[in-house]
Design a protein around this ligand. Structure first.
Ligand SMILES: [Zn+2]
Length: 334
């Protein structure tokens, strides 16, 4: 054979082999799609509400996660080990933060990163500490007792741990950072004598000044706070709309398309002092807050808010799923 014929035969053989391979590949993909839709690379993973619920229950079982307590310390270790187990690169940021009454809080911001080298990043965050005071309880005798914080603290972290579990199974193809901020809920209670500016959100304030990665940037951020109660109502929080309107629309549209419009209300909400304010302001990252806050009620917050009733019975799997599945849709289809 001369070289021309050899080359011709070579190409014919190659095209035959590649046809055969392609056919086999397609068959293999088809089988995968039929047997397990959630592992197909282009699909959005299915949020497991039972798993998220048990992540909330697990946190509550430690006891109130009030800084400087054994329950707080044990829960921090647990959250860090879960992020690591689900394949995140782990950063634990320790800080001594000064509370409104000058108490020195041993605090930890717990951070898990997926695709840490990617320039396209979304930041997902929630606070993991719980309020030391049931200062809105119906019974004044409970004002100084710590709350379980099943919804206020536990629910946001539970949803994000379930998302971490899924990110460990399926690459989102972009950078995702999950931050559990500490000391959000140690703000000045009404019964305190002293007053301090910016006494809430101490963990996120610290991180905004000292990010875990130098010059940290993300395209946008999503805060989850009180996202687990039955019949929760997420109005469009006004600081989110002011600083991150396109991302509010993106998330609310995704929720509506998935059939979760009864939770994600297409109407303006109030302005809330929450971790997103400090992340937006301190690091110039547009952030939105998904929070159960109805501007048409007395306090805006649900009746169990900052009371001893913020415990497991208020948590509803359907609400956790509405929030978690919406976030996955945004992350994987953005
Ligand atoms: Zn709170």
């Amino acid at each position: 054979m001369n070289n021309t014929v050899k080359i011709l035969l070579f190409f014919l053989l190659c095209s035959f082999l590649s046809c055969g391979n392609k056919g086999m590949g397609d068959a293999a993909v088809d089988t995968t799609v039929q047997s397990a839709v959630s592992v197909a690379p282009s699909s959005v993973p299915q949020f497991d509400a039972d798993s998220a619920y048990s992540y909330v229950a697990k946190q509550v079982a430690f006891g109130p996660r009030v800084p400087n307590t054994a329950a707080h310390e044990a829960c921090a270790d647990y959250l860090a080990s879960e992020l690591k187990r689900h394949g995140a690169e782990l950063f634990v940021q320790e800080a001594v933060l000064t509370a409104y009454d000058n108490t020195k809080l041993q605090a930890r911001n717990i951070i898990g990163s997926y695709n840490p080298d990617s320039n396209r990043r979304i930041l997902l965050f929630a606070h993991w500490d719980s309020r030391p005071y049931a200062d809105h309880d119906a019974d004044e005798a409970n004002y100084r007792k710590p709350i379980d914080g099943a919804d206020d603290g536990g629910s946001g972290v539970g949803v994000l741990l379930e998302i971490a579990r899924l990110l460990g199974q399926q690459d989102p193809g972009r950078g995702i950072d999950i931050i559990f901020f500490d000391a959000e809920d140690y703000g000045t209670p009404p019964f305190a004598q002293s007053r301090m500016a910016d006494s809430w959100c101490l963990g996120s304030q610290f991180w905004a000044k000292n990010p875990h990665v130098k010059n940290y940037r993300a395209e946008y951020g999503i805060l989850l706070d009180m996202v687990g109660a039955k019949n929760a109502a997420f109005f469009k929080e006004s600081m989110s709309v002011r600083y991150a309107a396109p991302f509010v629309e993106k998330v609310w549209n995704a929720a509506r398309n998935l059939g979760y419009g009864k939770y994600f209300i297409n109407a303006p909400g109030g302005a809330i002092t929450d971790d997103h304010i400090y992340v937006s302001g301190g690091r110039s990252i547009p952030c939105i807050d998904i929070i159960n806050y109805d501007p048409n009620t007395d306090t805006g917050f649900a009746p169990y808010w900052h009371t001893l009733n913020d415990s497991m019975p208020v948590i509803d799997r359907e609400t956790l799923e509405a929030v978690g599945q919406t976030l996955l849709e945004v992350i994987f289809n953005d």
